[in-house]
Design a protein around this ligand. Sequence first.
Ligand code: DQA
Length: 147
Amino acid sequence: MARKARAVLVLHGPNLNLLGAREPGVYGRATLAEVDRAIRRHARGRGLRVECRQSNSEGQLIDWVQDAERRGFAGIVLNPGALTHYSIALRDAVASVRVPVVEVHLSNVHGREEFRRHSVIAPVARGQISGFGAASYLLGIDALLDR
Ligand code: DQA
């Protein structure tokens, strides 16, 4: 019997629905749909099932993090958007679950404004990948696989 493919949940936070149109000099010209397509292709090549979701709502992201294990996901790749820098609630959700979470960013948050250099999520995530554009998500998937 074929083994059930491991599943990874990819979560995009606030304003990432605007990718392609939003500050293309910082975030690139690829739309969220195109980024998700690249993520799905990458995951398929590694024998993984992947589900990509986006929300502008902090509570929705928290619910998805909390439910991930029950819904059979083995790991989460999370781009928390601006919530990275101040959401203690999302941080507490990440700290509360057993499912490993990798924090990713399209831009290099450490090379931008001072307020972006601090992540409240990073200390409770398995690690952070930042600055590689859409490839940050792909590297996040590989980091989960490697664990
Ligand atoms: C971001 C970086 C955040 O500082 C910003 O608020 C975002 C996108 C990134 O992917 O580079 O919305 O998470």
